[in-house]
Design a protein around this ligand. Structure first.
Ligand code: SAH
Ligand code: SF4
Length: 395
């Protein structure tokens, strides 16, 4: 075992198959849930009340078995169980880092896998969730971007990641117990695998469920959506989800950003900044986070720092700048900037009057850090290919 090996790695192998023909109630909006109940025999007159009751059982108490929904008549519970299931992604592996960061590999329908990371901090606990399997975009510094397999996650699979983590953290309250205000899982960031704005409707529905006061009830201010810059969807994020926004900015000239974040060729820096300057929710208390990955000799010069400030000032964007030390992955074409360089860059930003926290790298020993997420099966497949290539088996 190397010094960096994870402390524990539990493997859960019991598959939880979705019984054929049954409908999963997880991920349905309240309206969809109501309609679904009516379609399967709930009298219309009762539907609103039943929706509220079932909603609370699923999202407030974390109940997965209709038999446990004790305020519903026994016959009705049996009727529900005949048609429906309450299903969330299945945990395949769970790793715990030396620093307490937890990384889960979850299996979803079709045998795909997504990664979810839980990062405990003193005053909060953040769950980093995925919105797609892989990513259609190909940012050159991002490990997820090298994964070929892509599919959008359903709303059930997105909010299911939050429910899965609450299971693991044992954070579902018990009926009658006083409400615990100090939550282990207090924040969500959409910074896992995938581009959330290319899966807008499912991300929106899932986050609406996570925010619903009669369920998981996370404040919209505790949810941050990170996008590489899908300009036409940015305004909708404020209007339809209402969460905080983070932008994978990463470069200060179009020439460099075209390479690092290729979506820049579609919507360039000026178009992106214009969309941000009119972001409906942006204010001093709800600033937009500019994520900036520090790549040695690529985007980390003093000139870059000054240009970054100039962009933000010119467009008058309430902003904070989050400097991310590059997390290297096997075969990555970049190196992390030195600590001195990162500090010098941060200082220029700070002198200009902006917050410039340097993101702590967490969970590095279990490859749980930002941008390193990539499913294990994909990794295994790749490395087999590499091995074959090296052995000359492909020729
Ligand atoms: N697709 C979205 C959200 C997922 S990526 C987006 O790009 O914003 C979450 C964050 O991790 C982004 O800011 C991304 O640029 C950053 N990231 C990706 N690879 C990284 C790496 N190897 N090291 C550090 N940050 C990385
Ligand atoms: Fe996709 Fe975001 Fe990675 Fe770019 S940085 S490839 S948008 S996940």
């Amino acid at each position: 075992m190397s010094a960096n090996a994870p402390i524990t790695q539990d493997v859960m192998t019991i598959p939880r198959k979705l019984p054929e023909g049954k409908i999963n109630l997880v991920g349905l909006t309240r309206d969809q849930l109501r309609e679904t109940l009516i379609e399967h025999g709930t009298p219309e007159k009762q539907a609103k009340m039943r929706t509220g009751q079932i909603w609370q059982w699923i999202y407030q108490w974390g109940v997965r078995d209709f038999a446990d929904m004790t305020n519903l008549a026994k016959a009705y519970r049996a009727q529900l169980a005949e048609h429906f299931v309450i299903e969330i992604p299945e945990v395949v592996t769970r790793q715990v880092s030396e620093d307490g960061t937890r990384k889960y590999l979850c299996r979803i329908a079709g045998g795909h896998e997504v990664e979810v990371v839980y990062i405990p901090e003193e005053d909060r606990g953040t769950l980093c969730i995925s919105s797609q399997v892989g990513c259609t975009l190909t940012c050159s510094f991002c490990h997820t971007g090298t994964q070929k397999l892509v599919r959008n996650l359903t709303a059930a699979e997105i909010v299911g990641q939050v429910m899965m983590a609450r299971d693991d953290l044992e954070e579902w309250p018990t009926p009658g117990a006083p409400k615990d205000e100090t939550r282990l899982l207090s924040n969500i960031v959409l910074m896992g695998m995938g581009e959330p704005l290319y899966n807008f409707d499912n991300v929106r529905d899932a986050m609406k469920i996570a925010m619903d006061p009669e369920g998981i009830s996370l404040s919209r201010r505790r949810i941050t959506l990170s996008t590489s810059g899908v300009v036409p969807e940015i305004a909708r994020t404020a209007e339809e989800i209402g969460c905080l926004l983070a932008i994978s900015f990463h470069a200060t000239t179009d020439e460099t950003r075209d390479v690092l974040v290729p979506i820049n060729k579609r919507w360039n820096i000026e178009e992106l900044l214009a969309a941000l300057s009119s972001y409906p929710n942006a204010s001093n208390s709800e600033r937009i986070t500019f994520e900036y990955v520090m790549l040695d000799g690529v985007n980390d010069s003093d000139e870059d720092a000054h240009r970054l400030i100039d962009h933000i000032k010119r467009h008058n964007i309430p902003a904070k700048i989050n400097l991310i030390p590059f997390n290297e992955w096997p075969g990555a074409p970049y190196k992390r900037s030195s600590n001195n360089r990162i500090r010098a860059f941060a200082n220029i930003i700070y002198q200009a009057g902006y917050a410039s926290p340097i993101r702590k790298t967490r969970g590095e020993d279990i490859m749980a850090a930002c941008g390193q997420l990539k499913s294990a099966t994909e990794r295994a497949r790749k490395s087999r290919k590499q091995i074959e290539a090296e052995a000359g088996l492909n020729s």
